[in-house]
Design a protein around this ligand. Structure first.
Ligand code: NAD
Ligand code: GLY
Length: 364
C-alpha cells in the first residue's frame, strides 16, 4: 500500500507515491498519470544495474519505448558536460515533446535529469524514481533541477516540476550506510524547520536513526514529502517561504564547494551547516541552548558530523562560497535561523564577525 501525497500547484497537481514495492507499480502509476509512449531513463553506474531492469520492464510492459542513459555515480556528474550528453542522448533516443525523462537514482541523477528534461525541446515531462533517502524526502519533490559550476553548487538550473514521483523504501536496503545517514540529515531538517512532533519522533527513535528497517521509516518519508509539498505549493519559485528548506545549506553548500565536492556527502555538509546555523540561532534568533543541544544530539545519534575541524577548510574559501549562494543578496549571505525546534525565520543577515567567531568555534 502506498501513501500518496499530492503537490498542489496552481495549474496542476502531481502525486508522490511512497510505499514498499511501489517500484513494481511504476507502470500502473505511469498509466494513471497519462504519461508518454517514449522514455529516456537516466540513471547512474550504481543504481542502473540494481533497478534499471525493473524500471525498463515496467515501462515496456505498458508499451513505452525505453532507452537507458547511464552516468558515472557521484556529484562529479552534475555538470554542464553531462547535461549536454543527455541532450544528445535524448535526440538519439527519438524523444519528442510528448516523451518523458525518468530519473532513477539519488539527488545527483534527479537534479541532472530534471535539468535535462527542463531544457530538451524547451521542456518535456519528467518522472522521479528516487533511490536514496535524501532524494525521497527532498530532491525528487519540488522541481529544483540543475548542475554545479566549479565555483558553486547548483548555480545553473531551472524549476521543472515532475509529473510523478514514485518512492519505494525497499530500495534503501542496498544504499550504503553512509549515504543513508546523509539522507537522515534532511529528515532532521524538516523537524527543525516545521514540525516539532516529527523532531520528537526522531529523538525518541534515536537508536534507530541509522536503520533502514525502522518501522516508522515509510511514514517519516511520507511526512517529509507532505511538509515539502506544502511549502512548494505555497511558494514554488522561492519568493520567500521556500528558503526555509535551506536550513543548514548556506554553510553546507559552501563546504561542498570549498572541498571540490569531494570532502563530504551533501547530507554530511548540511549536518555541519545545521550545527553552525543552530549556534548562530542561539546568538541571533533566541534559540535556547537546550534546544540547540537537542539538535546536536539527534545529529550525533544519526551518525552525522557536527564539526568542521580537521578538514583543512579555510574560512576565506567558505565565506567566498557562501557569498555566491543563491540566497545571498549583493554577495552578503542570508541564513535560515531557528527560533525554536519547529519554527524558523529566513533571510537573516549576520554580522561578519559573528559568522567568523561561530566558524572558529566549530572548526577548532
Ligand atoms: P547521489 O545521487 O550521489 O547518491 C548517493 C550514492 O548512492 C551514489 O553513489 C548512488 O549511485 C548511490 N545509490 C543511490 N541509490 C542507491 C541504492 N538504492 N542502492 C545502492 N546505491 C545507491 O546523492 P544524494 O545524496 O541522493 O543526492 C545529493 C544531491 O542532491 C546533491 O547534488 C544535492 O545538491 C542534491 N539535492 C537537490 C535537492 C533539490 O531540491 N533538487 C535537494 C537536496 C539535495
Ligand atoms: N532543497 C531545497 C528546496 O527544494 O527548495
Amino acid at each position: 500500500m502506498a501513501s500518496v501525497v499530492y503537490v498542489e500547484l496552481r495549474e496542476r497537481r502531481y502525486p508522490i507515491a511512497v510505499g514498499r514495492g511501489q517500484i513494481e507499480q511504476l507502470g500502473e502509476w505511469w498509466r494513471q498519470t497519462e504519461l508518454g509512449r517514449r522514455a529516456l531513463v537516466v540513471t547512474d553506474t550504481n543504481v542502473g544495474p540494481l533497478y534499471g531492469p525493473t524500471v525498463r520492464a515496467q515501462l515496456e510492459a505498458i508499451g513505452v519505448a525505453t532507452t537507458v542513459a547511464t552516468v558515472p555515480a557521484g556529484e562529479a556528474s552534475k555538470t554542464i558536460e553531462r547535461w549536454a550528453q543527455l541532450q544528445y542522448a535524448a535526440v538519439e533516443a527519438g524523444l519528442d515533446r510528448s516523451s518523458v525523462m525518468l530519473a532513477l537514482g539519488g539527488g545527483v541523477v534527479g537534479d541532472l535529469a530534471g535539468f535535462a528534461a527542463a531544457t530538451f525541446l524547451r521542456g518535456i515531462r519528467m518522472v522521479q524514481v528516487p533511490t536514496t533517502l535524501l532524494a525521497m524526502v527532498d530532491s525528487s519533490v519540488g522541481g529544483k533541477t540543475g548542475v554545479d559550476l566549479r565555483c558553486g553548487k547548483n548555480l545553473v538550473g531551472a524549476f521543472h516540476q515532475p509529473s510523478l514521483v514514485v518512492a519505494d523504501p525497499d530500495v534503501l536496503r542496498t544504499l550504503p550506510a553512509r549515504e543513508y545517514r546523509a539522507g537522515m540529515a534532511e529528515v532532521i531538517k524538516y523537524g527543525v524547520i516545521l514540525d516539532a512532533a516529527l523532531f520528537e519522533t526522531l529523538e525518541a527513535g534515536a537508536a534507530r536513526l541509522t536503520d533502514p528497517s525502522w518501522a516508522v521509516l515509510d511514514e517519516l518519508i511520507a511526512n517529509c514529502c507532505r511538509l515539502k509539498a506544502e511549502v512548494v505549493a505555497a511558494d514554488e519559485r522561492e519568493g520567500g517561504l521556500r528558503a526555509i528548506l535551506n536550513f543548514g545549506h548556506t554553510l553546507g553548500h559552501a563546504l561542498e564547494a570549498a572541498t571540490g565536492y569531494e570532502g563530504f556527502l551533501h547530507g554530511e555538509a548540511v549536518a555541519i551547516g545545521m550545527a553552525y546555523a543552530a549556534e548562530l540561532s542561539v546568538r541571533m534568533a533566541g534559540l535556547s541552548p537546550v534546544e540547540r543541544d537537542r539538535l546536536l544530539n539527534v545529529l550525533r545519534a544519526a551518525g552525522l558530523p557536527i564539526r568542521a575541524s580537521g578538514l583543512g577548510v579555510e574560512w576565506a574559501h567558505v565565506i567566498a562560497a557562501m557569498s555566491l549562494d543563491k540566497k545571498a543578496a549583493d554577495r552578503v549571505p542570508r541564513f535560515v535561523l531557528a527560533e525554536a525546534i519547529g519554527r524558523v525565520r529566513h533571510g537573516v543577515e549576520i554580522p561578519p564577525d559573528v559568522l567568523k567567531e561561530v566558524w572558529d568555534a566549530i572548526a577548532e
